[in-house]
Design a protein around this ligand. Structure first.
Ligand code: SF4
Length: 779
């Protein structure tokens, strides 16, 4: 059968020949004796310049991990509908005719889960029409493959169609590492990073350290791949993987299904890892065959089996060293339940009843939800189906509401063909659209649980932060494998242990589940989905109009930012002096503002609204010392309102802040918004690395106090000019910079530092990185 995957196959095979050539260069530079992990092989074979990244960037010349800045050229980009909006708007501002690398858009986050796919999908399409129309029209123009609403969740679609051993890709979503189950390096990034790859600008990454997870033994009974990562999350905690790539190795790896490895890689995001990946295993071949990817199958077959000097692209070298190693024995692994409210609160199933009692968690729960991008493989669903069949055979019905989210049209159609969905529906389950739905807060509950009411749910999803599923911060989401969620849904009780406890059947007999069984893959291959969910072919149509209504409040074309003035900055105003922590969420709040992600002027009304005023202790209250009221007092207003007032007066400004300014997620809006409102400089005690880079990309100059004490002396009302900044920028980042700060009672010179490189100096002079690129393209 021809499937959705059949079109545009050529661009879906990684450039293996070129990657192997690059890998040879890597060994030449690092020394033939070097033993590399798989993660290093794939990353380094995607460098623009091996010498530049691996030699000149490191102090000793060979200590790459944790030191070198890698300039990478990813093979592919995937974007989900929410984050794709600003990424595309930025891409459009470069004036390029098409993306430099194959790119795809997946409409999944804006679709609700409530009454079932037939009702929810059309309603969501109507409600988000202007966004979907924009994404589809831009995709057509620039040759991006567009997967329409209902086609599936980004990571499942990527696994079925694009993921490949040795591939390196970026995705604008944190669970992009899902593709690591098929041996790819797939990294979740913000939109601005995706744009780097789309315009063929180097994507920078500090060389990660490598955490090896050695798997031994083999899963059996109720234990599922999900339990591997649930246990690991408990061991590492939500921050334990930060700065690391998690690479799995050991004999246990070769016992896992390809989709099981994807589940494990997916949830590596829950421990903060840069990404997770598995080496090439034989279980990947039948998966590629089932998903009808025959060209890739042939290619991978030849490269995976290359032997000889131990430098195959798709496996680690035999003596590769990991920075840290964790060992997990699959044979003794028991099912785990993680939560509530954090995915690293991990409890083995045998101890969960006690944990419920000790913590006074609810003893009953109202909904069991299976599927999502994490757990909707054929293996997951047929094991859950087996549980349902066991229960139906003795006349049991689920006590909790039971929801099923297929991850893609391909898996949905296959489960429909093989009667799995019928089994779920007959048991009272509701099959939701092939989309994120309840996993991302698009869940309108109809079971009468009111906001603020403490209650529990069980899901096979990956995240369980407060309010994530139903907007109710008192809903406790316990994460488990689909088979455990399904079995527990029949008891509706959090203290039920399906391995040991019984449920009374309608005839009064005690019933105990047997361990679930299922199939890794459909024996007849995956079914053809509905044709309306197939993507467009990904061929640019330069004349195709991009649909953005001029009256839209959700989308607005990005106007290029003005270049740096020819000379020093003069007369900068101090908008705000921030006290304490200032995350990207402080600078650009999420929640209801997410609706405006594609409309820079509208979302800019949330700029810095979470910031505490160091001079008054107030939050989001700024004082206009430069336009005094008749009383002689500075008028007060919200921060974005004052910034906008100055923008309208043509006055540029700066922010003063403390340490680690811009920590948190890599949200490019936190740099775009201040820039749009007229920021030129952020002066801080220190910056979070990614945000500092984002600021430079948008043409804002991040400066660091040479003497932290000077933070105390700068105030709103000061007038600041730069000394040496213009020359430094023109000299490619070389030269000293200081600030002249004119105060009511005199002048002060403040010494500052910066980390602006030659490339970044070019961005700032041009007004933004994209301006520079557009200039080079001659548009
Ligand atoms: Fe993210 Fe959930 Fe959607 Fe997966 S299903 S992409 S975790 S929102």
């Amino acid at each position: 059968a021809k499937t959705l995957a059949a079109s545009n196959v050529a661009s879906r095979i990684p450039p293996y020949k070129g990657l192997l050539r690059k890998l040879k260069e890597v060994y030449n530079v690092l020394g033939r004796e070097t033993q590399l992990t798989l993660a290093e092989k794939i990353l380094y074979s995607h460098l623009y310049s091996v010498e530049e990244s691996l030699l000149s960037n490191t102090q000793s010349g060979k200590v790459v991990r944790g030191n070198a800045t890698l300039k990478l050229k990813p093979d592919r980009v995937a974007m989900q509908d929410a984050s794709a909006q600003m990424a595309l708007l930025q891409f459009m501002s470069c004036g390029l005719p098409s993306t430099a690398v194959p790119t795809s858009i997946h409409c999944d986050h804006m679709i609700v889960g409530e009454r079932g796919a037939d009702v929810d999908l059309p309603a969501s399409i109507t409600g988000n029409k202007e966004v979907f129309d924009f994404l589809e029209s831009a995709a057509k123009k620039y040759g991006i493959e567009f997967w329409p609403p209902g086609a599936g969740i980004i990571h499942q679609t990527v696994l079925e169609n694009y993921a490949a051993p040795g591939l390196m890709m970026l995705g604008t979503d944190s669970h992009t590492p899902n593709a690591g189950g098929l041996g790819a390096i797939a990294i979740g990034v913000g939109g601005a990073d995706a744009v780097d790859a789309m315009v063929d600008a180097p994507w920078e990454l500090k060389a990660p350290r490598i955490l090896g997870v050695k798997l031994q033994g083999q899963l059996s009974g109720w234990a599922a791949p999900k339990d591997v990562i649930m246990k690991l999350a408990g061991l590492l905690t939500v921050r334990g993987g930060t700065g690391f790539i998690i690479e799995y190795f050991g004999p246990g790896v070769y016992t896992l299904s390809c989709t099981g490895m994807a589940t494990i890689s997916n949830m590596g995001a829950e421990v903060g890892a840069t990404t997770s990946l598995f080496p090439f295993t034989q279980s990947m071949m039948p998966y590629l065959r089932s998903t009808h990817r025959f060209d890739l199958l042939r290619e991978v077959g030849s490269y995976a089996l290359l032997s000889g000097e131990g430098n195959q692209l798709l496996r680690a070298d035999p003596e590769a060293l990991y920075d840290e190693v964790v060992t997990i024995d699959l044979s003794s692994l028991e099912p785990h339940i993680n939560g509530p409210f954090t995915p690293d609160l991990s409890t083995p199933l045998s101890q969960f009843k006690d944990a419920v009692k000790i913590n006074k968690w609810p003893e009953s729960f109202g909904a069991g939800l299976i599927g999502s991008c994490t757990n909707s493989s054929y293996q997951d669903m047929t094991r859950a189906e087996n549980i349902v069949k066991q229960a139906s055979a003795v006349g049991l019905e689920p006590k909790a509401d039971f929801f099923i989210t297929p991850g893609s049209e391909q898996i949905r159609a296959t489960l429909a063909r093989d009667s799995t969905l019928e089994t779920f529906s007959s048991a009272g389950g509701t099959v939701l659209a092939n989309a994120c739905g309840p996993c991302i807060g698009q869940w309108k509950r109809t079971d009468g649980v009111s906001k603020g009411e403490t209650n529990a749910i069980f899901s096979s999803y990956n995240r369980n932060f407060k309010g994530r599923n139903d907007g109710n911060p008192s809903t406790m989401n316990f994460l488990a494998s689909p088979e455990i969620v399904t079995a527990m849904s029949y008891a509706g009780s959090t203290i039920f242990n399906p391995l040991t406890d019984t449920i009374p059947t309608p005839s009064g007999n005690p019933f105990q589940f047997s361990p679930p069984s299922g199939l890794d893959l459909p024996s007849a291959g995956f079914a053809q989905g509905k044709p309306e969910f197939a993507p467009n072919p990904g061929v640019p149509s330069p004349d195709h109009p991009v649909i953005i209504s001029p009256t839209s409040d959700r989308l607005a074309v990005l106007e290029p930012f003005a270049p740096f003035p020819a000379g020093e900055l003069e007369g900068l105003r101090v908008l705000y002096k921030v006290k304490g922590q200032c995350t990207t969420d402080t600078i650009s709040a999420a929640g209801p503002w997410l609706k405006y992600k594609g409309h820079l002027p509208n979302i800019s009304a949330n700029t810095l609204i979470g910031a505490v005023n160091a001079e008054t202790g107030e939050t989001n209250i700024a004082y206009d010392h430069y336009n005094l009221a008749e009383s002689g007092e500075p008028p007060k207003s919200g921060i974005p309102q004052l910034a906008e007032k100055w923008k309208n007066q043509g006055k540029e400004w700066m922010v003063v802040a403390e340490s680690n300014y811009g920590e948190g997620s890599a949200r490019e809006h936190a740099a775009l918004q201040p820039r749009y409102l007229g920021a030129r400089v952020i002066l801080a005690k220190g910056f979070a690395r990614i945000h500092e880079t984002n600021l430079k990309k948008q043409g804002i100059v991040p400066l660091v106090f040479d003497h932290e004490d000077d933070y105390e002396t700068v105030r709103a009302g000061d007038v600041v000019s730069t000394i040496g900044l213009y020359d430094m920028l023109r000299n490619g980042g070389k030269g000293d910079v200081s600030l002249k700060c004119v105060k009511k009672d005199g002048e002060q010179i403040i010494k500052v530092r910066h980390t602006i490189s030659k490339d970044q100096a070019g961005f700032i002079l041009a007004g933004s990185a994209l301006n520079l690129l557009a200039k080079k393209e001659g548009t």
